[in-house]
Design a protein around this ligand. Structure first.
Ligand code: NAD
Ligand code: UD1
Length: 337
């Protein structure tokens, strides 16, 4: 049985679908701070299997003890965490408390219950502003520009230190690039609170009429069309990467680190055009100044994940745009009825 913390969230829910479809049993623990319990019904509608859902916080040791006592957990995937970059600058202590205390409490419970396989949701943000692109897993990490990113960096270090002390642990650190898109069923997807900070949900809110237009942050970057380059990856591809990571952990590899992306950089305008293709018309947009903290380009080399995990993204940005638009159209207010 796999314990998925944060399993009703965006990436967690898609991963639970892949796990169930690949024959794993799943327990979700989520405190619903950024998701809805209805997601569990949607997961069941897609997979015809229902994960066990526990409404709880990963900082609550009693709940974790109950879970590890009652279920035979072979691996833990830790998605639970706060992830809004801007908010983390305003509320650093909340971010350190939730993300770091959460991870440490979870790892203590795992150690005490002799559960040693752990997968951690890290981020490409740990590379800071990379010296060159594409980045690979040997690039130096550090230079994060906000507390959210720093929680990822610190937790990676904690995991390395833990492994040194307790080599029974097998740990996969997965550094996600930019997950977008939604399950092709349109039943689950990203449901941001308030005004979206990230590009894709902002675009679909313009498409659905909730926002007037997209502001494109900067048109004078040193790229072909002047807008920033990122490695957008379909959330279902990313989710499947976790199934492959579980298999890898069964080989007792110690600590392993993989970048998960497509290996292809796309500009903001490329993404906008992919959504316009899905929409069948133009999407209103304006160029504004650069957003503080944005870097020119970040995309990954895919060789290591391919060679060691067999990971290869199937979907391109047109697929991502089509599926995210499908989700938004079918759920104009996200999971709100
Ligand atoms: P999300 O907010 O949709 O999911 C996180 C889930 O964790 C939510 O359902 C929330 O309710 C839950 N949660 C938060 N704190 C908790 C706690 N203390 N105890 C129990 N549950 C808690 O976010 P997501 O986009 O699915 O991201 C999942 C993970 O991947 C996060 O750790 C995030 O930092 C990381 N990540 C995300 C991205 C991205 O672009 N979405 C990129 C890189 C890394
Ligand atoms: C951001 C975070 C990163 C985090 C990731 C996933 C920053 C600096 N980085 O990455 O740490 O891991 O989200 O949560 O916040 N854009 C627009 N208009 C918009 C929104 C975005 O032009 O309204 C542009 C941005 O300038 C960027 C690109 O679209 O070039 C992607 O932005 P976004 O989706 O926020 O992702 P990142 O900035 O890559």
């Amino acid at each position: 049985m796999i314990l998925v913390t944060g399993g009703t969230g965006y990436i967690g829910s898609h991963t639970v679908v892949e796990l169930l479809n690949n024959g794993y049993d799943v327990v979700i623990v989520d405190n619903l701070s950024n998701s809805k319990e209805m997601v569990v019904d949607r997961i069941e509608a897609i997979t015809k299997r229902r994960p066990i859902f526990i409404n709880g916080d990963i900082r609550d040791r009693e709940i974790l003890d109950e879970i590890f006592t009652n279920f035979d957990i072979s691996c833990v995937i830790n998605f639970a965490g706060l992830k809004a970059v801007g908010e983390s600058v305003i509320k650093p202590l909340e971010y350190y408390q939730n993300n770091i205390t959460g991870a440490v409490t979870l790892l203590e419970a795992m150690r005490d219950h002799k559960v040693y396989n752990f997968i951690f949701s890290s981020s490409a943000t740990v590379y800071g502003d990379p010296v060159s692109v594409p980045v690979d897993e040997t690039f130096k990490i550090g230079g994060t520009t906000n507390p959210y990113g720093t929680t990822k960096l610190f937790i990676e270090q904690i995991l390395q230190d833990l492994y040194k002390a307790e080599p029974k642990f097998n740990i996969a650190i997965l550094r996600y690039f930019n997950p977008i898109g939604a399950h092709p069923s349109g039943l689950i997807g990203e449901d941001p609170n308030g005004i979206p900070n990230n590009l894709a949900p902002y675009i679909t809110q313009v498409m659905i009429g909730k926002r007037d237009h997209l502001n494109i942050f900067g048109k004078d970057y040193d790229t072909e069309d002047g807008t920033c380059i990122r490695d957008y990856i379909h959330v279902c591809d990313l989710a499947y990467g976790h199934v492959l990571a579980i298999k890898k952990l069964m080989e007792n590899p110690g600590v392993v680190i993989y970048n998960l992306g497509t290996g292809k950089g796309s500009s903001v305008l490329d993404v906008l055009h992919a959504f316009e293709k899905a929409y069948g018309k133009e999407i209103k947009h304006e160029f504004v100044g650069r957003r503080e903290g944005d870097i020119t380009a970040n995309y990954t080399k895919v060789d290591k994940a391919f060679k060691e995990l067999g990971f290869k993204a199937k979907y391109n940005i047109d697929d991502m745009a089509r599926d995210q638009w499908n989700w938004q159209k079918k759920n104009p207010n996200g999971y709100e009825e």
